[in-house]
Write a protein that binds this ligand. Sequence first.
Ligand code: MF3
Ligand code: CO
Length: 275
Amino acid sequence: MIGQRKIEFKSNAQLRTMAEAGVLLSAALDAAVAAAAPGVTTDDIDAAFAAVVDEAGAQYNFLGYHGYPKHICASVNDEVVHGIPGPRKLAEGDIISIDGGCVVRGWHADSARTVIVGEGDPEDVRLSEVTRQAMWRGIAAFARATHIGDIGDAIDDYVSAQDGAPLGILEDYVGHGIGSQMHMAPDVLNYRTGHRGAKIKPGMALAIEPMLVRGSIDTKVLDDEWTVVTTDGSRASQWEHSVARHAGGIWVLTAPDGGASELEPLGVTPVPIPA
Ligand code: MF3
Ligand code: CO
């Protein structure tokens, strides 16, 4: 949970710097996703990510965060979040969430994608796709909503409306404000609570990051003190974007097109942050 309560409101110039970090992060995640294949280690994926960020001369926010030892989190199968890259080799059918961040001139970006290695179980493919779509529903809600709680309502409503085996929305880990630090107020819950939460205003930036599981939402932290796994061993997916709201609308900071291709079908047109 986030200690400080005051929400940081960003100027358009600050949001544009966050967008620079976001576009770089998107490229680094492209490289990480491209590297994921059978026989590749999660350390290899970490290295593919770091090569892009290093080349740009940007900084890391995961590395050293409360002592965190790597540049990304790589959470495989029953690992939900905060999996530490290492010598583990990926196998056909693994589902891996790759979560990364970077910092440009003091402004942070944070984004995650789920990848299925080779041919996946159709239920894992569905898990990832519902999680990804739930994220976009939450982002679309941020464009229209008046309160932070509306984002969780939109995510929850979308997930609950799915046919087929029910998917659980994690409650132990949530999204967050982002800006001059990676984790800032407010918390961004991914489920309906009945509380409206803080009022949405221009200058806000949020990391919207639903985490869904195929079984129980109970989690525990492994002895490495980071890796979060489901207690029942069920598989998980995480998708995340950092998103800004400014006077003219929203802009997805960690997508090169500001989210246009995914948001337009949902009736939302992202608006570039004005100069
Ligand atoms: N994106 C992750 C989150 O919001 C950040 C992980 S920080 C790390 O929870 F130190 F765990 F890598
Ligand atoms: Co995050």
